[in-house]
Design a protein around this ligand. Sequence first.
Ligand code: GLU
Length: 313
Amino acid sequence: MPPAEPDLQALVARIHDELAPRFGAGKVADYIPPLAHVDPRKFAIAVVTPEGETFAAGDADEPFSIQSVSKVFTLTLALGRLGDRVWDRVGREPSGDPFNSIVQLEHEQGRPRNPFINAGAITVADMVLAGHTPREAIGEILRFVRFLADDEDIAIDQAVARAEHETGDRNFALAHFMHGFGRLTNPVAHVLGVYFHHCAIAMTARQLARAGLFLAAGGRDPLTGARVVAPARARRLNALMLTCGHYDGSGEFAFKVGLPGKSGVGGGILAVAPGRAAIAVWSPGLNAVGNSLLGSEALELLAARAGWSIFGG
Ligand code: GLU
């Protein structure tokens, strides 16, 4: 049996030190200059417990582009607004295809497989946008993330948002395709404006772990007492993160780490150990399917040593 109360500060410090000789491993996302220019040797790990303790190592106070990790927060918002009607427009199955694939979307008549592939997240952005201007919707998403992290000091990196727009051909293709199927209710330019901006939110590992704490605590923020979502919804968000949170590497992540998690091409991962902690890691180098290489390894080590895998052992 693993120790009931691991010394988490020693654990994260040891994981940092063990991985340090390989900092810089993997391939940094280079589709936009602001990501291509991030120092590949950055590494952060932060663990926040429901008791309010934080354990961190490395560059845990340096903001990075959370990219697709933001899809967890927009989905939470959309569920709050529409409830289960979200599932009329987006599925809940892993895709087995790259995150920006259009092939599957054609097969399924413009209804994305899950809310975490790009087509699904664009559809979720359309839901959050309904009844608002893009500026209002972006503001609402940012306020929600600040509320979750209990930190007003979180911002959108406008250079990243602009660059996403300039290089967003595939996302425009996906969105126009879905619009052509009558699957989006707002103009494509507005929907993608929202999508690009939420992908461009910058957070530190410490802030990101804090923002995910409600998922580790049955939907309630244990530190402020705020009820974010019902326990059943938190459980389901965790299930989606486990099955769909790592692009085409979700099975491998479940196999090796055994925790719900959501990754982004900025090299960040938010992981949830239900009842125990929310964890954020950041290392910009990615593996072949676009997940942080050392970030995944750090989580594998942490989950194994703390005994946190949801599958036991
Ligand atoms: N903004 C990125 C894109 O849509 C998100 C990539 C990601 O983190 O998966 O290409």
